[in-house]
Write a protein that binds this ligand. Structure first.
Ligand SMILES: [Zn+2]
Ligand SMILES: [Zn+2]
Length: 182
């Protein structure tokens, strides 16, 4: 099953947001200040108004914690978070087309607060997974000491690692273990 492009982007953006926290992936706070958040928003093509202040950053940090918890929740738990984010973000889905994007859904106004817009975008994407009964596409990197959130969009659901370095590290360790045993 293939998901809509904006669903895939929304899922990957949500995973990367989760992984900016110290508890996931690098172990470093990757959104320490408003300029870091601005760079994140630019990288993921978020349009619309930004406050660029500490309150906005705090809202994004709170959302990040909610998404991290949702990542590991069962279906009922995921649904509860998705519905709350949609409700609190006052989601009103509209088809739009801008820049290089084809028709896709925006469920918030461009002047809505950044944490609301990020929350609703993530929630809309995860809602697609729930409807398709494909929540198992949300996973965690299996490399020792990593645990980064990941989205497995491969056909045969073969993704185990967040990036090539985690994959290489794990394969090298398995190789050393085999050699030591043999
Ligand atoms: Zn858009
Ligand atoms: Zn990893």
């Amino acid at each position: 099953m293939r998901f809509a492009h904006d669903t895939e982007v929304g899922l990957n953006a949500a995973a990367e947001l989760v992984n900016t926290a110290t508890g996931s992936g690098t172990g470093t706070e990757l959104l320490p200040d408003p300029p870091a958040l601005a760079a994140f928003l630019d990288a993921w093509g978020f349009t619309g108004d930004r406050a660029g202040d500490a309150a906005e950053l705090a809202g994004v940090h709170a959302l990040r914690a909610e998404l991290a918890e949702m990542w590991d929740a069962d279906t009922e738990g995921v649904v509860a978070v998705v519905n709350r984010l949609l409700r609190d973000g006052q989601a009103q889905p509209q088809l739009v087309r801008h820049d290089d994007w084809g028709w896709h859904v925006h469920a918030t106004e461009p002047h809505a607060p950044v944490p609301h817009r990020m929350a609703v975008e993530a929630a809309m994407a995860v809602a697609d997974l729930v409807r398709a009964e494909e929540l198992d596409r949300l996973g965690r990197c299996e490399a020792e000491g990593c645990g980064a959130a990941l989205v497995d969009l491969t056909k045969n659901r073969s993704r185990r690692f967040c990036d090539a370095s985690c994959a290489n590290r794990t394969h090298a360790a398995a190789y050393r273990a085999r050699r030591a045993a043999g």
